[in-house]
Each structure stands twice: as structure tokens, then as C-alpha cells.
Design a protein around this ligand. Structure first.
Ligand code: CP3
Length: 370
């Protein structure tokens, strides 16, 4: 049974909008509309990390091209990988296949992405001389493949669904520069925050300038939405988040919105339940919510601001009944407006593809009118 989530007057508005779009022969862009808090016929849906190892087609390419940097930097490969989940499940958006560390290469940082470990830097950045040596990013000169991949994706998709661009936020990128890899406690960067705050702020400010330039480059080359990942800012106390993460998120978001006010920006932080009120001050249009808080509770904190999330990715390891029940529950709790259905965090590599298909079909069976 389809869900009935919205009052009849919304249904009329939705139908009117759809008729206009159909008359203009334009695709119905649910994802951007929901991010702008406009009415939609059903919640748009895509998945964090929707391209990647849970897909057999990806693992086949991984065998042939073992280097992550090749897979994400050779345009033909990156375009193919970005489109694999679109062909399989028809999500309402295609995320550009890349990594948050990709732009660091253009700032003079050498790194590798190692399977099952994640990013590993050749050298950490901890001294004044090393921070001074970080190059301001010029994406056209140092990352021309990013523009080429985006333009090709847009050509291939012909506007059927939007292309999502993403960037890492300054705090999370700084954790990689300072710690050199993923960390459990982030104790080295926190020690730097206490012992050398001026140096850390200088690094964060330099990252904010370069990442803002990178986000704009993405939009200029066709990205219709931008997602900002501050994945490891959830390790900060709210007080430290307000000092070391929020001002730099704000700078990046402000740079995009100043030039492209219509391009929605989503902010995504892992383990963010206690930080939602601060995330709301970042200037982001959409706040991503992980599964550690019921969506209705996140709504109560965030009001009618658009939200994204928040299914536990492990639900996709369960039965069809569980997937359906939990998915529809999130949609019900989020309400009829301003919700982008998604997982609370990235999909796990051991997720069966048929469960992913069932998840997408379940969301497509929900409606926001009658
Ligand atoms: O489909 C998509 O969503 C686009 C792909 C994407 C990747 N990385 C590809 C990738 C996105 C959006 C990212 C962002 C990213 N990278 C984040 C923010 C999102 C989050 O999960 O919080 C972070 C923190 C990173 C850094 C990073 N890169 C990690 C922690 C890992 C995982 C290590 C592992 O092996 O599990 C990577 C590697 C990485 N990035 C993989 C993929 C598909 C896995 C390695 C591979 O496929 O070769």
C-alpha cells in the first residue's frame, strides 16, 4: 500500500508542478526540489557511497584497475563507476565517483588510498613550514580530470537526474593531514588544537579557501548539488566543533551560496546527533542525519529545514520485511516535505545487491500525496 503523507492541497500543488514540467518535457527533479523544500510526488532517494565495492560490476573493474586513484582519476573509469549504480537501481541522483582527498594532490600532498584501510599520506603536515608549503588549489591546472568527468557525466545523463558533487570539509581534511590516516581518537590533531591553535587555524583557513574554490569548480562543471562531508567532526565536543569545524564549513558553504544561491548544499557529519543544532548554523540547505537519532527527533530539533537520511546501513543486511518497515518508518517520521531518503552512513561492502534494489523499490512505492 502506498503511503499517504501529505494534505490534499499539497497534492494539488504537486500535480500542478508536475503538469508544468511534463508540458515543458523536462525531467522531474525530485532531489533538487526536495532540497529546496519544494513539494515532490515522493521522497527522492540515493545512497551514500552508492558506487563501490558492494557492486559486482565495481569489483570486476577493481580487479582490472587495482589503484583507487586510477579508478577515480581516469575519466572513462570514473564516469563508468559513477553510472554503475544509476544503471542498476535508478537513484534520483548520481554522485561523482572520487574521494574527499582527491583535491589534496593539487595542494602538493602525496597520498594513496589503500583497500580496507583508507587514505594513507606519504608525510604528515604538522609544522609551520609544512603548512606554509601547502599550495592554494587551482583545480583547472592541477585537477582537470575532475571537470572532464563532471561534464561527461552531465552529457551522459542528459538531465535525467542531477549530478551531485562533494567536498571534504576543512576539519576532516585536516585530520588526514595531521594524523596521516584514519584515526581512532584524533589525539594528534586535538593536541595540536590545544598546543598550537594558531597553526591549526591557519591550516583550516587555507583548506577552506582551496575547498571553496574546488566546490565552485564542481558547480561550474555541472554539479547541481554539493555535499560537504565533515565526517570526523563528530569526534569533537560541541564547544570544539563551534571553534574548529563550524566556521570553516560556513566559509565553504558561503562561497558556494554567494555565487550560486540556487544550488543546494548538504552537510554530512558522522555521529552528529548532539551537533544538529550547530550544524543548522552552517548555512547548509540540507542537514544529513545519521541513524543514532530517530528522524522525528532530528525534525523536532531542525524544524522544517530539509533533512537527508537516516536508515541504518545494516538494515540492508536484513529481511525484505525489515527493509520495508524501517524504510517506510523513516519516511513517515521525516514528514511529507523536505526529506531526501538515504542511509545514515555509507553502504557496507557486504550488502546484497538485491536488498539495495528492494530498498529503492520501497521508496518508489511511497508517495507524498495520496
Ligand atoms: O558513491 C559515492 O558515494 C562516491 C564515492 C565516495 C568515496 N569516498 C569513494 C571511496 C565518497 C562520497 C567518498 C567520501 C569519503 N572518503 C569520506 C566521506 C564520507 C564518509 O564515509 O564519511 C571519507 C571520510 C573518505 C576517506 C576514505 N576513503 C575512507 C574512510 C575510505 C574507506 C576505506 C575502506 O576501504 O573502507 C576511503 C576509500 C574509498 N573511497 C573507497 C571508496 C569506494 C573504498 C576503497 C575502494 O573501493 O577501493
Amino acid at each position: 500500500m502506498p503511503l499517504s503523507l501529505a494534505p490534499p492541497e499539497t497534492a494539488t500543488a504537486v500535480l500542478a508542478d508536475r503538469l508544468v514540467l511534463a508540458a515543458q518535457n523536462q525531467p522531474v527533479d525530485r532531489l533538487v526540489l526536495a532540497a529546496q523544500n519544494q513539494p515532490v510526488d515522493r521522497p527522492p532517494v540515493w545512497m551514500l557511497r552508492q558506487a563501490g565495492r558492494y557492486l559486482k560490476s565495481y569489483r570486476d573493474l577493481q580487479e582490472k584497475y587495482p589503484s583507487f586513484r586510477d579508478r577515480s582519476e581516469i575519466p572513462g573509469l570514473a564516469v563508468e563507476i559513477s553510472l554503475q549504480p544509476y544503471r542498476a537501481f535508478k537513484p534520483d541522483g548520481v554522485i561523482f565517483f572520487s574521494d574527499i582527498l582527491t583535491p589534496l594532490a593539487g595542494m602538493g600532498v602525496t597520498f594513496e588510498i589503500v583497500d580496507h584501510k583508507g587514505p594513507i599520506l606519504a608525510e604528515t603536515v604538522r609544522s609551520q613550514a609544512q603548512v606554509d608549503a601547502l599550495r592554494p588549489l587551482n583545480p583547472e591546472a592541477s585537477l582537470p580530470f575532475v571537470g572532464e568527468i563532471l561534464r561527461t557525466l552531465c552529457d551522459e545523463l542528459q538531465g535525467q537526474v542531477p549530478v551531485l558533487g562533494f567536498v571534504g570539509a576543512p576539519w576532516t581534511l585536516a585530520t588526514y593531514l595531521v594524523e596521516g590516516q584514519n584515526s581512532t581518537y584524533y589525539s594528534v590533531i586535538k593536541e595540536m588544537a590545544w598546543q598550537e591553535p594558531v597553526l591549526l587555524h591557519q591550516m583550516l583557513a587555507q583548506l577552506a579557501c582551496s575547498i571553496a574554490t574546488y566546490a565552485l569548480y564542481r558547480v561550474q562543471n555541472g554539479a547541481q548539488m554539493i555535499q560537504i562531508f565533515d565526517s570526523w567532526a563528530g569526534h569533537l565536543t560541541p564547544q570544539d566543533y563551534a571553534t574548529f569545524a563550524l566556521p570553516y564549513q560556513w566559509q565553504v558553504i558561503r562561497a558556494v551560496k554567494a555565487i550560486y544561491p540556487e544550488v543546494p548544499v548538504t552537510l554530512c557529519v558522522n555521529a552528529s546527533a548532539a551537533l544538529l543544532p550547530l550544524m543548522a548554523k552552517s548555512g547548509a540547505d540540507v542537514i544529513h542525519v545519521d541513524w543514532a537519532i530517530p528522524m522525528a527527533q532530528a525534525r523536532a530539533v531542525l524544524g522544517d529545514r530539509p533533512v537527508q537520511g537516516n536508515l541504518d546501513p545494516c538494515v540492508l543486511l536484513g529481511s525484505r520485511e525489515l527493509i520495508r518497515e524501517r524504510t517506510l518508518d523513516v519516511i513517515r517520521q521525516a514528514g511529507s516535505r523536505g526529506h531526501i531518503m538515504n542511509l545514515g552512513q555509507g553502504i557496507l561492502p557486504n550488502t546484497p545487491e538485491e536488498n539495495v534494489r528492494y530498498f529503492f523499490d520501497t521508496v518508489r512505492s511511497a508517495t507524498c500525496h495520496s
